[in-house]
Design a protein around this ligand. Structure first.
Ligand SMILES: *[C@@H]1O[C@H](CO)[C@@H](O)[C@H](O)[C@H]1NC(C)=O
Ligand SMILES: *[C@@H]1O[C@H](CO)[C@@H](O)[C@H](O)[C@H]1NC(C)=O
Ligand SMILES: *[C@@H]1O[C@H](CO)[C@@H](O)[C@H](O)[C@H]1NC(C)=O
Ligand SMILES: *[C@@H]1O[C@H](CO)[C@@H](O)[C@H](O)[C@H]1NC(C)=O
Ligand SMILES: *[C@@H]1O[C@H](CO)[C@@H](O)[C@H](O)[C@H]1NC(C)=O
Length: 403
């Protein structure tokens, strides 16, 4: 290497060094926003500007890296905001809590194109309608608007959220009034696994079973106290093969307990149909629900004795029968109960109590306003939780050979 080459090498090195320094000093202000996409930060700031936040819950919402703000989560591969969890910290505990967000939800939210989780539960949006633009958040998988004081009609635009897996709109115990007069948009939420619209007024809707039967991935359906009045005897073609939880308590079906479409859902583990004015004898159909873990039949007009095939329910842990008209001997009742149920019984409406066990406090959102002072409950409840393997059911194929 001659001198000329060496000098030009040094020149290049110096030039490179200078260039690098210049570059880093130009980029310095940008560095504070690492991990946060500028447009999404602007959208979040616009959202914050519309919200009222008396307890300063969003005090961390300043500084460049919006991915570090409370409740914001970004994808660590793409940097996009994927989760906005703004639920109130005082959820379901402190009625009238001021630890809530309120005000206006800015439509700038739709600029978070990659948002998958939106949780606004337990806030106080002062009876505002659920914004129609929520239907444009195409990547949403979880939407939780429970107990957040929305009211008015649910916008059918939410039917555009075809990736939604959780849709929680339970408004039990809030004084607001959310309703829908047509839920056919729900049938387009083909990925839906968990749907809770408890306390949403669906009183004018007759075809709700047809609609939910178009959601083949549904695992849990809670329509507690929705003023539903129609419960079809059967469904022609059953799609709900994965359903494990059905709570349709507190509606007004006022019909015989059988026939009813839900007896066909043999995958069910939890069934709550209390407080519906179902009438007639305890149905034999229960004996076919062999996956059942919890059944709540309380507050209906069922009569007679539980069927002897209840013995089939070898995973049953909780059976609530309060406020029906059980008729027959206690010995017979005990004989018919599955052995998986350790027994802590109490009172039946017509009979003297044979053990006094006050019912445990129901969760706040399940407290009934009417008939809640009724006192003792015919509650038959396990004292311990355990799962049992059901004895294998004899099939025509017979047991597998040990060879
Ligand atoms: C992304 O973040 C999650 C949770 O913080 C973490 O478990 C995961 O390992 C991260 N992935 C990568 C690729 O860094
Ligand atoms: C929303 O947040 C609450 C409180 O943490 C939580 O219980 C609930 O599961 C969340 N909702 C969803 C859909 O993840
Ligand atoms: C979303 O749904 C509404 C109501 O169903 C519909 O009018 C609208 O065109 C849909 N929007 C988009 C962008 O598809
Ligand atoms: C069953 O679900 C599929 C997929 O959503 C739907 O196309 C079909 O119409 C449903 N069948 C009935 C009888 O509702
Ligand atoms: C129970 O299931 C069996 C087999 O699927 C069926 O033949 C029978 O009718 C069912 N019993 C009742 C009471 O639904």
């Amino acid at each position: 290497m001659d001198m000329l080459q060496l000098i030009s090498c040094i020149h290049i090195t110096i030039a490179l060094l200078l260039f690098t320094q210049a570059k880093s000093s130009i980029e310095a202000p940008k560095e504070t926003t690492t991990g946060c996409i500028a447009d999404e930060r602007i959208a979040l700031l616009a959202l914050r500007a519309g919200l009222s936040d008396p307890s300063n819950l969003l005090s961390s919402w300043n500084g460049g890296d919006c991915c570090r703000w409370k409740g914001v989560r970004c994808s660590n591969s793409t940097g996009h905001v994927v989760e906005l969890d703004l639920h109130s910290p005082d959820c379901r505990n402190n009625f009238g809590s001021k630890l809530v967000l309120g005000g206006i939800i800015s439509s700038s939210l739709v600029d978070l194109h990659h948002l998958q989780h939106l949780n606004l539960s337990c806030n106080d949006f002062g009876g505002a309608q659920i914004p129609e633009f929520f239907g444009s958040l195409r990547n949403l998988e979880h939407l939780d608007l429970s107990l957040s004081y929305f009211s008015g009609m649910i916008p059918p635009h939410l039917g555009n959220l075809s990736n939604l897996r959780y849709f929680i709109l339970d408004s039990v115990d809030s004084s607001n009034y959310i309703y829908s007069t047509d839920i056919t948009w729900l049938s387009r939420l083909s990925s839906l696994e968990h749907l809770d619209m408890s306390s949403v007024n669906l009183g004018s809707i007759q075809n709700w079973v047809t609609v939910v039967n178009m959601l083949p991935s549904l695992k849990s359906l809670r329509l507690f106290r929705c003023q539903l009045s129609s419960s079809p005897d059967s469904i022609l073609h059953l799609n709900l093969s994965s359903i494990e939880t059905l709570d349709i308590s507190g509606n007004q079906f006022r019909k015989p307990i059988t026939p009813n479409w839900f007896w066909e859902l043999t995958s069910l583990r939890h069934l709550a149909i209390s407080d519906n004015e179902f009438s007639g004898p305890f149905p034999d159909e229960i004996g076919n629900m062999t996956s059942m873990v919890k059944i709540d039949l309380s507050f209906n007009n069922l009569v007679g004795m539980i069927p002897s095939n209840m013995q089939n329910l070898c995973n049953l842990e909780e059976l609530l029968l309060a406020y029906n008209n059980i008729d027959g001997s206690i010995a017979e009742l005990f004989q018919r109960l599955p052995r998986s149920l350790p027994i802590v019984p109490s009172k039946n409406r017509e009979k003297p109590p044979f053990a006094r066990v006050p019912p445990p406090d129901p969760p706040l959102h399940r407290r009934r306003t009417s008939r809640s002072t009724a006192g003792l409950s015919a509650r038959i409840r396990p004292v311990q939780r355990r799962y049992r393997t059901c004895p294998s059911v004899a099939t025509t194929a017979g047991p597998p050979s040990p060879s």
